[in-house]
Design a binder for this molecule. Structure first.
Ligand code: ATP
Ligand code: MG
Ligand code: FE
Length: 344
């Protein structure tokens, strides 16, 4: 089968076409970052409007690219076998655009509609990189809106082992970058700076590191960094941005690694993978490589291009739903929050 998947949960308008064997025939992403960066974060109202402007063009390009990849003259909606879409979690007004468009396309072409959870997409981004990977495994989902460790007992069978009690990791990167006056999104900017800094320069707190459970807390770290900056400025000292960035990252990474290790030991899983925008962070990736080597656990990481939001990961989930015959009907609605294992 050929499935077209649409993703519009935040500030990327994306579409991808996949075949039944997992072959990707197109993967189009239109980012809105330029429209949000001047506000230091995603503005929901702007996101919705930009999705509306972009979605037709993104889907047209997706169909045209796939036609070329398949060696056919053209590809129309009626040539597809299903239309998949992210319905949750995310910005409601952004999700609505993708969902309404997908419903219209599915209805017009008389094709089944498939509902996909965005977080399950981030998990499946690993399977694009490593088609043979098999649960049981542990996945660390680290993104702009989520920070959690999930036991993947099987594809579609999940147990959330722990998550953040306040900010998400990506959110902490974005807030710290904002405090440093560095722009949005903070993750890529901070990781570039951190590469030139000393991670041991400043001792930022490792919250809940020894809490004995798998919860995370990041709002205190953000406050510690902003307090440090204020103190240094008041003392008239020049800020060493690379050292601040590297020390902040090290505090994040130490806790992430300690908790991931505990989750692997608790489950006995021999596979570990990551998903979400923060999975692109070089210090985090390096630390996980080391940890997994020591534990004798197989590590899979999405390629850098598949860590952030795109539709290929949504298409990869949709491939399973199609094979299972699990379709949604036109009463499907979006949701700001949804557990990973909501049955759809
Ligand atoms: P969610 O997936 O929880 O709904 P989202 O879709 O907005 O949230 P993603 O697009 O998956 O989040 O990830 C975006 C986040 O990843 C941003 O907070 C960004 O700063 C962060 N990020 C991107 N690259 C890096 C990096 N190299 N290091 C750290 N963080 C990064
Ligand atoms: Mg984004
Ligand atoms: Fe995401």
């Amino acid at each position: 089968p050929l499935i077209l998947a649409i993703e519009s949960s935040c500030d990327e308008t994306a579409a991808s076409i996949i075949d039944g064997q997992g072959g990707l025939h197109s993967d189009v992403v239109a980012s809105q970052i330029d429209f949000h960066s001047r506000f230091g974060g995603v503005v929901p109202e702007i996101a919705s409007r930009k999705h509306i402007e972009a979605i037709c063009g993104v889907c047209d390009e997706c169909l045209a690219t796939a036609a070329a990849s398949l060696g056919v003259g053209s590809l129309r909606w009626r040539d597809l076998d299903a239309v998949a879409v992210t319905y949750a979690p995310g910005l409601v007004g952004a999700l609505v655009v993708g969902l309404a468009f997908a419903k219209g396309a599915a209805w017009g072409a008389d094709k089944p509609l498939i509902a996909v959870n965005h977080l399950e997409g981030h998990l499946y981004a690993n399977r694009i990189a490593e088609p043979g990977m098999q649960p049981p495994m542990v996945v660390s989902l680290v993104s702009g809106g989520h920070t959690m460790l999930v036991h993947v007992r099987d594809w579609g069978d999940y147990e959330t082992m722990g998550s953040t009690i306040d900010d998400a990791v990506g959110e902490a990167f974005d807030k710290v970058a904002k405090a440093l006056g560095l722009g949005y999104p903070g993750g890529p900017i901070i990781s570039k700076l951190a590469a030139k800094g000393n991670p041991k320069a400043i001792a930022f707190p490792r919250a809940l590191m020894h809490s004995g459970d798998l919860r995370f807390s990041l709002s205190g770290l953000k406050t510690a960094v902003t307090t440090y900056i204020q103190k240094e400025q008041q003392a008239g000292r020049e800020l060493n941005m690379p050292d601040i960035a590297a020390s902040f990252e090290a505090a994040v990474v130490d806790v992430q690694v300690a908790k991931a290790k505990a989750a692997l030991i608790e489950t006995g899983a021999k596979e570990f993978c990551l998903g979400g925008g923060v999975a692109a962070n070089p210090m985090l990736r390096g630390a996980y490589e080391k940890m997994c080597r020591k534990l004798g656990v197989r590590l899979t990481m999405p390629p850098l291009s598949a860590c952030g939001d795109q539709a290929a990961m949504i298409a990869e989930v949709a491939r399973d739903r199609f094979a299972q015959g699990r379709f949604a009907d036109l009463s499907l609605d979006v949701k700001a929050h949804a557990p990973l294992d909501e049955p759809y």
